[in-house]
Design a protein around this ligand. Sequence first.
Ligand code: SAM
Length: 240
Amino acid sequence: MMEKLIEGVGKLGIELNATQVKQFELYYQELVEWNRKFNLTAITDYEEVQTKHFLDSLTLALALREEEIRQPNFNIIDIGTGAGFPGVPLKILFAEPKLVLLDSVGKRTAFLRHVVEQLELDNVEIVVGRAEEIAHQPRFRQQFALALCRAVASCATLVELALPFCQIGGKFIAQKKGEISQEISNASKAIATLGGKLDQVKKIEVEELGGERYLVIVDKIYSTPEKYPRRSGVPKRHPI
Ligand code: SAM
């Protein structure tokens, strides 16, 4: 079971226990099953899901300190989580932090509710809505130690969607593929405007994943001005 994943995370210095391996196996089965009815992912091959979804999500562990993530108030929001990536694999790895999974598509969040129940994951809240709107609700605004985003938009857009959720002292990590230096320099104005500061761009070198992968890590250092994020669709159409 999950041999590719076990081998891959081993290279990240992570050892999965038997319960976690079973949870990943069940997650895979549910993903493939639900994918017959709903369009959740183009990747359904057993080995590919293990590497391109599960292992790729867990590379985030390279940017997180365990003692930080296990702090009692540590909480995470995954914005545009789709079928749960990267939030659900991270929750399987680290059980403690409270996790909010946010997506604008109800079919995906229905799948997430089912998976969270099947995998018996505690302290997970699933929210249906657009980041542009949810980020203005007091319960979510500037409340998170960590905001995550994989494969949702370009950096400048992502920063506007994600930094409003981060508390001061918290951070945003975007998972990115391919050539990104231009994209990052295009995001510098948005980062400063939203109250962030680029901490580092961490290159991920894991053979199983192929290609170039990066974690773009942005610290939240100032409060985000009230007007951000702008109306739904604007951060994407007209990035700052
Ligand atoms: N993060 C997942 C992954 O890496 O597999 C899903 C990526 S999928 C390409 C993008 C997801 O972001 C979709 O599920 C879409 O519904 C969601 N999304 C895009 N824009 C959003 C927004 N403004 N607010 C909330 N969800 C959004």
